[in-house]
Design a protein around this ligand. Structure first.
Ligand code: HEC
Ligand code: HEC
Length: 229
């Protein structure tokens, strides 16, 4: 009896391996830009969202641990996680709308649900600075840290773009200088506007906005000082 169990177990294991659990598929999808069906999208969900307290990046989308249990999303503008995800898919990832019954969406949901709710089930505040004003510059050394934690994943190195995720993530701050001159603003103000509003408020592009919760004005001031704008 015991001897005959071995092949049975082997077959069961093979079957389990051939069809990975939906949660594992979801984990892969979370880290893969191809979750968006657009061929020109370079971002994965993981580019802008963390899934662990060990991830100390200042990601624009914050943590998705516990997101499945939140009562509302996007600072109260969206009431389902599917709608919240669709904002990201269409605004940032150049994709189409995900529907409730698609297997890739189900798998992603299983993965996000598997992260648990240890970080709480409350809605996450998301405060967008409406009117861009100039802010006090801060500490260069902190600014360099902020660049690494908030910008480098996409833009690579400042001034050169070395290591950038994709050429569409332009060289900062140089790319803003010509525009700033043409509209008669200081480059620093254009950079603040971009960071606070991203693609929103008719600014265009695919960069995400950073809320006050993700990036304080103090950290932003330090960043501007490091960038020399
Ligand atoms: C380019 C950056 C970016 C990408 C890529 C991205 N998101 Fe987001 N996401 C954001 C931002 C910014 C918010 C708003 C943050 C907030 O509401 O606290 C957000 C909000 C969300 C929310 C609502 C969170 C909340 O509590 O308000 C969910 C859920 C979400 N994203 C899921 C996803 C999933 C799933 C993917 C991949 C398919 C994805 N996002 C890709 C930037 C991004
Ligand atoms: C998820 C990727 C991503 C992150 C993170 C990100 N950016 Fe961007 N950023 C982009 C992309 C893509 C563009 C070009 C498209 C656009 O304008 O939205 C861009 C454009 C810009 C521009 C506009 C340049 C111009 O044409 O005037 C500035 C300035 C900028 N980013 C600064 C930053 C800074 C500073 C940070 C960190 C606080 C940051 N970005 C974080 C992807 C990102």
């Amino acid at each position: 009896m015991t001897r005959s169990l071995a092949p049975v177990l082997a077959t069961l294991l093979a079957a389990a391996c051939a069809q990975p659990a939906a949660r594992d598929v979801g984990e892969q999808l979370f880290h893969d830009p191809r979750f968006s069906l657009s061929e020109t999208n370079p971002f994965a969900c993981a580019t802008c969202h963390s899934v662990s307290p060990d991830d100390t990046r200042l990601v624009a989308g914050g943590s998705l641990v516990g997101a499945v249990a939140r009562p509302s999303f996007w600072g109260g503008f969206e009431t389902t996680m599917l709608d919240a995800t669709n904002v990201c898919l269409t605004r940032f990832m150049r994709g189409g709308l995900l529907t409730r019954d698609e297997p890739r969406g189900r798998a992603l949901y299983e993965y996000l649900a598997s992260l648990g709710t240890a970080s709480g089930t409350e809605a996450v505040p998301f405060t967008v600075v409406e009117n861009t004003t100039n802010i006090d510059r801060g500490d260069d050394a902190r600014g360099e840290e902020v660049w690494q934690l908030a910008c480098a994943d996409c833009h690579g190195a400042p001034h050169t773009g070395e290591g950038q995720l994709h050429p569409s993530a332009v060289v900062v701050p140089e790319a803003s200088e010509a525009f700033a001159t043409s509209v008669g603003y200081e480059t620093g103000v254009v950079v603040i506007e971009k960071i606070r509003h991203g693609v929103f408020f008719n600014i265009g592009g695919t960069m995400p906005p950073s809320s006050l919760e993700v990036l304080s004005d103090e950290d932003l001031g330090a960043l501007l000082s490091f960038l020399g704008v």
